[in-house]
Design a protein around this ligand. Structure first.
Ligand SMILES: Cc1cc2nc3c(=O)[nH]c(=O)nc-3n(C[C@H](O)[C@H](O)[C@H](O)COP(=O)(O)O)c2cc1C
Length: 170
């Protein structure tokens, strides 16, 4: 796991290569194994591989989401907020578990923030994503995790760049 953490970087350029169905299935399993507060499991995951839908979702924000159009998979991480008061934490954990599982399977990924972001001057990114996918109003959207085989190389963050001062004395 420490090697996966050392190598993990946000990857926003992807090869023109499909992700095998068995790999996508492992990502589904990883998402569903995420821990949740009181084991309430308030999340829902929408796995989108359709290129035109990925293109539509890539316009969820004015910036920071366009690369989804070149991804081979986008996982929308959302939750029914009525099922848990800490759905944001649960969705965030599932999002990073998806990213780390992807990394272990040779995929590159990047988190696209949807909650509290805007599609344009009047529409939230959440509303936009809900309308593209036909999700109900009660479904809160935390993130979209973009996946694909990496078409860019990023060096691990060097040890000297870790902000050791952020570890406070106990
Ligand atoms: C909560 C969260 C939201 C993020 N939102 C976006 C986003 O909307 N678009 C994007 O391109 N990257 C996004 N990122 C990726 C960060 O920009 C990236 O993790 C950070 O710059 C550190 O780079 P690294 O992941 O390569 O270590 C997000 C990451 C997190 C944890």
């Amino acid at each position: 796991m420490i090697e996966i953490l050392r190598k993990r970087r946000s990857i926003r350029k992807y090869k023109d290569e499909d992700i095998k169905p068995e790999i996508v299935e492992l990502l589904r399993e990883a998402a569903l194994r995420s821990p949740t507060s009181r084991n309430f499991r308030p999340w829902r995951f929408v796995f989108v591989e359709d290129r035109s839908k990925l293109e539509a979702l890539s316009r969820a924000k004015t910036s920071g989401s366009s690369f989804l159009a070149g991804a081979r998979l986008g996982v929308i991480v959302c939750a029914d907020e009525g099922e848990s008061d800490v759905w944001i934490e649960d969705c965030s954990i599932a999002s990073i578990i998806l990213q780390l599982a992807g990394q272990s399977l040779g995929l590159g990924s990047c988190w696209i923030q949807i909650r509290r972001r805007m599609h344009d001057d009047s529409k939230t990114s959440e509303d936009y994503v809900r309308s593209v996918l036909g999700l109900s109003e009660k479904m809160k959207v935390e993130s979209i995790i973009a996946f694909g085989y990496p078409d860019e190389e990023k060096a691990p963050v060097p040890d000297e760049d870790l902000q050791r001062e952020k570890i406070l004395s106990g």
